[in-house]
Design a protein around this ligand. Structure first.
Ligand SMILES: NC(=O)c1ccc[n+]([C@@H]2O[C@H](COP(=O)([O-])OP(=O)(O)OC[C@H]3O[C@@H](n4cnc5c(N)ncnc54)[C@H](O)[C@@H]3O)[C@@H](O)[C@H]2O)c1
Length: 412
């Protein structure tokens, strides 16, 4: 370590004496002083060189300064399924993006794909951090000049939330609070929040509009609704522009085959229907387990509204463009069309060309019979309509990625 403090190896009496305004110093000591001066100057020069080379002293990163005409978006959970697709779209549209992800569920491989596509300086940076750590979150906000936040990061499995509810309240509700506090402290003006149709629970009336009462019936939906409530309350006395997007069931992947859905193998059991279909088609699991055949639907299996991820990220970009200061926009993002699990399985068989074995089992706790959206509001106000509404085609695109990435992103 370099010591910048002046050390006194000689007693004061040995130093040059000033008598009556005149210096009487001995020449040996004069040489000593010159030597010390040269040493000090050399050390100072060395320190300056070292400091200049250290990142803290170098020119501020492009991510840390506002640039006219450049919108810098923080994408939390950008290593995950939807967040990575949103990042791709934002980069294509010339946004500057910072991904923050703790990789608990996402894939560094997805980030690498994005970095290879957009290697230019100032386009994309990845920060490995946990949103549950307020100090880390604050540091990120103080070192980066964000214009907007798209908050995707979350644990997101209904079944898991019924087994481990506290994890969901921490990860979804509490982390959203931390994020908003950091946004407010650092005057970040726009938030696009990933919410879910699970906040509605199981309404009597279909389709679901944004006015449908939110009565969630599982901890995942409850945690998301609480996060929405926090955001809405905060917005009452804030100029932040907020868009809350309530997604229905997300499927599909990048039509150009660069990104896909690659959940951790240990989460397969919790997984979503498309993942399970592909695993069954690949023979990773013996077949599909359809849970519940006695729901009040046409064929007894659950009905859902499947929205393609390409359409979903398009809704985000439109929401970002139309977000207004001091206002909260709330939108359902769905096709408006309900499809049964049986229909989905048939589409998956056609998309993969594999005869998938299907077992019909009892209901799973926390599931609801019928859920589909009324997308009128988002159609009108954001000029957004789902384009990729052919289930079989969406599944074909996703299947192509699955087949060429048998180990997820590990072999990409
Ligand atoms: N996939 C769907 O069908 C669906 C439907 C409705 C809403 N959503 C919402 O969309 C968002 C994204 O979902 P997804 O399907 O892409 O999930 P995902 O698991 O693929 O991605 C979530 C990402 O968040 C990261 N993450 C989780 N906790 C974090 C933390 N504490 N700090 C930093 N990073 C963290 C994970 O590592 C992962 O990369 C979630 O908020 C989810 O609730 C998803």
């Amino acid at each position: 370590m370099l010591n910048f403090g002046r050390s006194r190896t000689q007693p004061r009496s040995n130093r040059s004496l000033s008598l009556g305004g005149m210096d009487y110093s001995d020449p040996k000591k004069k040489n000593n002083v010159v030597g010390k001066f040269i040493l000090a100057a050399t050390l100072t020069a060395l320190c300056i060189i070292m400091l200049k080379q250290s990142p803290a002293f170098s020119a501020p990163s492009q991510f840390g300064v506002r640039e006219p005409g450049v919108t810098h978006v923080l994408v939390t959970g950008g290593a995950g399924y939807i967040g990575s697709h949103a990042t791709l779209r934002l980069l294509k549209d010339n946004y500057r993006v910072t991904i923050v992800d703790n990789l608990s569920r996402g894939n560094l491989g997805a980030v690498r794909v994005l970095q290879e596509l957009f290697p230019e300086p100032g386009r994309l940076q990845f920060i490995y951090a946990d949103l549950g750590d307020p100090k880390a979150v604050n540091k990120i906000f103080s070192e980066n000049a964000f214009d907007a936040v798209m908050h995707f990061a979350a644990v997101a499995y209904v079944g898991e939330s019924t087994v481990d509810p506290l994890k969901y309240y921490h990860n979804i509700t509490s982390n959203t609070l931390t994020l908003i506090e950091a946004m407010a402290a650092h005057r970040v003006k726009k938030l696009i929040y990933s919410s879910t149709c699970a906040t509605y629970g199981e309404p009597d009336k279909m389709p679901i509009t944004e006015e449908t009462p939110q009565v969630p019936i599982n901890p995942y939906g409850k945690a998301k609704k609480m996060a929405e409530d926090i955001i809405k309350d905060f917005s009452k006395n804030s100029k932040m522009a907020v868009m809350i997007l309530r997604y229905f069931n997300v499927i599909g992947s990048d039509p150009e085959g660069r990104l896909g859905e690659a959940p951790r193998p240990e989460l397969r059991e919790q997984g979503r229907i498309s993942g399970a279909c592909f695993d069954a088609a690949r023979g990773i699991i013996p077949g599909l387990k359809v849970r519940g055949t006695d729901y009040a639907t046409d064929d007894g299996t659950c009905v859902r509204d499947y929205i393609d991820v390409t359409d979903l990220v398009d809704a985000h970009v439109k929401a970002l463009a139309k977000a207004k200061a001091g206002k909260v926009g709330i939108y359902n993002v769905g096709t408006g069309k309900g499809r049964s699990v049986k229909e989905f399985v048939e589409a998956c068989k056609k998309a993969t060309g594999v005869t998938i074995k299907v077992d019909y089992l009892d209901r799973r706790p926390g599931d609801y019979a019928k859920v589909f959206s009324d997308p009128t509001k988002i159609n009108k106000e954001l000029n957004w309509t789902a384009q990729y509404t052919d289930l079989e085609k969406s599944l074909k695109v996703a299947w192509r990625w699955q087949k060429s990435h048998l180990n997820g992103y590990e072999n990409s």
